[in-house]
Design a protein around this ligand. Structure first.
Ligand code: FDA
Length: 317
């Protein structure tokens, strides 16, 4: 119930306006974000690099409704790829399709304008990343965008190897999408899923989502072609799932460094350090940017106990 309320709040412009004005909200936010600017993310990446942890940068923003704004996002990420290279950081990028234009024309990417603009933008970013020997991840957003997002990534993947896609275990359709992404082998970042979805498209119960995650992860780990040609990334803070996957890797004789795990900045930092120290390939996703409201409220929805941090910040303000 609380999760559902929070996910609804994440889409409210009125609440966003109120929330952004308060100092306490910025203090609470700092738990999940090193800062709003790129330089803060760069400093965090340098610190994590010193602990053997790579990074993925996301400049927050979504549902862009103006093609010029989407062009600005592309220009920003081109700059990021150049700066990351210049500072020898092991930092990939992760982009939201609706930030690159998929919501243009409000057809959820099913209208030609939104799809064409996003395809052009993703192609440009992937080409630039290839020139810097880097990689582009594509986030998965609400279920209304999944068809278009899978099609976009498959289109770009037919020309470039350095693009991968996030898939959400809570969606009933995801096992079929995993099969579609086998040819050509496309890297998958597997998450549980963070949006508000009807029961007809997503499992409503957490235990069913966890079980679906394990089945999908096992499917990928038991497939040599997948593991060698398009190594998946298990993006979860669920240490019970990760322990089970590490046991499976050991029994399949998959070297630890071939197991790739990703977590969010500020969440389970000790586990991130421990996994990296144990030889797992670990990456932290670092978010920055001023459009943090919907993203931050989705983090609250993932763990309503986080509301206490918010309450404490209110009390201290
Ligand atoms: P689960 O929610 O079961 O959490 C397991 C444990 O982790 C919790 O018990 C708690 O201890 C800790 N934890 C989890 N979330 C926390 C939080 N917010 N605050 C504090 N502790 C927390 N989603 C999506 O729909 N599209 C996407 O593109 C992405 N991309 C993405 C990239 C990366 C690198 C990660 C790690 C996650 C995403 N997600 C995402 C978010 C994902 O769908 C999911 O909502 C969160 O990862 C939380 O789910 P867990 O798998 O961690 O499990």
């Amino acid at each position: 119930m609380l999760r559902s309320l929070l996910l609804r709040a994440s889409r409210s412009g009125v609440l966003e306006h109120q929330f952004r004005k308060r100092t306490f909200s910025h203090r609470a936010l700092s738990r999940f974000m090193p800062g709003e600017d790129l330089e803060s993310a760069m400093s965090a990446a340098e610190d994590l690099r010193d602990h053997g942890i790579g990074t993925v940068f996301t400049c927050l923003g979504e549902e862009v409704t103006d093609a010029g704004e989407a062009d600005g996002v592309v220009a920003h990420y081109v700059d990021v790829l150049e700066k990351v290279d210049g500072r020898a950081l092991d930092t990939q990028i992760s982009v939201k399709p609706t930030q690159l234009g998929l919501a243009l024309g409000t057809g959820h990417g099913n209208t030609t304008d939104g799809f064409a603009v996003t395809l052009r933008n993703l192609e440009r970013l992937t080409r630039t990343a290839a020139a810097h020997d880097n990689f582009v991840w594509v986030d998965m957003e609400g279920s209304e965008y999944v068809d278009a997002t899978v099609a976009l990534v498959r289109d770009v993947r037919s020309r470039h190897e350095n693009v991968g896609l996030c898939l959400q275990a809570y969606l009933r359709r995801t096992p079929a999408d995993v099969e579609v992404l086998r040819d050509p082998p496309t890297r998958i970042r597997l998450v549980k899923g963070a949006y508000r979805e009807p029961a007809s498209v997503a499992f409503p119960r957490k235990r069913d989502v966890d079980a679906a995650y394990m089945r999908l992860a096992e499917r990928m780990m038991n497939d040599d072609a997948f593991m060698q040609q398009a190594p998946p990334v298990f993006a979860t803070h669920d240490t019970a799932i990760l322990d089970a996957l590490l046991a499976l890797a050991a029994s399949n004789r998959i070297p630890r460094e071939n197991v790739q795990v990703s977590m969010l900045y500020g969440i389970r930092r000790e586990a991130q350090l421990r996994l990296a120290a144990s030889g797992i390939t670990m990456r932290t996703l670092v978010s920055y940017g001023s459009a943090w409201y919907p993203w931050y409220v989705r983090r609250l929805a993932e763990r309503p106990a986080n509301l206490w941090f918010l309450v404490k910040s209110v009390v201290r303000s």
